[in-house]
Design a protein around this ligand. Structure first.
Ligand code: ZN
Length: 299
């Protein structure tokens, strides 16, 4: 049986919001079984919004959550790190409406979670096991989930730019593969879009320190972290957006030219197509979820 997990202790970091440009302090705190992941606004008296598909509110080059007066933006990289390290339950406390962008990847959040440590809770984890295909298309953008014994992601991207005509990658997602091959991939933007974003009051905190910027002939940053860092970041994004399902997936996710709007609409659709999946307490094969890299302390 696979059991739910939370953090061993609270941990804190500080950074700036990519879109707002404002300073923010983020704390991750342990939470009990079946609590899920909830964002808490310390600056709004502790009001909370759960990280679930029915609380998506505002997609503006990032995934936002909203409930009543509470909004939290740019949740996807942190959620990807939490679920990939098997954290089912946690409180994410912020003193501002936006999760800090850090270096534009999930690597700093991985470090933060590993520093806090992981605690096993004595309650079974429920996996969302895909029973039949679920698909969503919008123009040339597509996303689907197919039955599989493991959580796998296939992502392909195609842009009208010589560097990014086509990148594609298929990966089985485990704790180890996420940490080693996906977490460090940074968000990216095109130089010609930066001015437009700023006019809309977005990307105010953006810089070469927290995003890859693609110019006419190449990237403005010194170097890429992976040859195909762009498609790896899209895999990171879709893992974070699918965390809004509230359960680890057993299935093969396939996406082409997606973005946060498509990913989150798909997450809501998956939850609606209740006959297409079932909740199971153990993965189909016992290695469907990789063993933890760090020892898990049960108490
Ligand atoms: Zn991203």
């Amino acid at each position: 049986m696979s059991v739910q997990r939370t953090l061993r202790r609270a941990t804190t970091c500080a950074g700036i919001g990519l879109h707002s440009g404002s300073k923010v302090t983020l704390s991750l705190r342990p939470a009990p079984a079946d609590f899920g992941i909830r964002f808490r606004r310390a600056d709004l008296g502790g009001l909370e919004v759960p990280a679930t598909a029915d609380h998506v509110g505002g997609i503006n080059y990032a995934t936002g959550l909203a409930r009543d007066a509470v909004k939290v933006d740019t949740v996807e990289h942190l959620l990807a790190a939490l679920v990939s390290l098997g954290i089912d339950n946690a409180i994410v406390e912020l003193n501002s409406p936006e999760v800090p962008i850090m270096d534009g990847s999930a690597a700093p959040f991985i470090y933060l979670i590993q520093e806090a440590g992981v605690r096993a809770l004595n309650v079974p984890r429920k996996f969302l096991k895909v029973l039949r295909p679920i698909t969503l298309s919008r123009g040339d953008k597509r996303i689907a989930l197919y039955p599989s014994d493991h959580f796998k992601v296939t992502y392909s991207i195609a842009y009208d730019h010589p560097l990014l005509r086509h990148q594609s990658r298929t990966m089985r997602i485990t704790e180890t593969s996420f940490v080693e091959e996906i977490a460090a991939a940074r968000t990216f933007t095109f130089l010609k879009e930066v001015e437009q974003l700023r006019k809309q009051g977005l990307a105010l905190g953006g810089s070469l320190e927290n995003a890859i910027v693609v110019g006419e002939t190449g990237v403005l940053n010194n170097a890429l972290r992976f040859d195909d860092e762009f498609v790896r970041h899209k895999i990171l994004d879709v893992i974070g957006d699918m965390a809004l399902l509230g359960h680890p997936i057993i299935g093969h996710l396939v996406a082409h030219r997606g973005g946060h709007a498509l990913h989150t609409a798909f997450a809501a659709q998956v939850l609606e197509e209740r006959d297409a999946w079932t909740l199971v307490e153990s993965p189909a094969s016992k290695d469907a979820l990789a063993p933890a890299g760090e020892p898990v302390v049960a108490n």
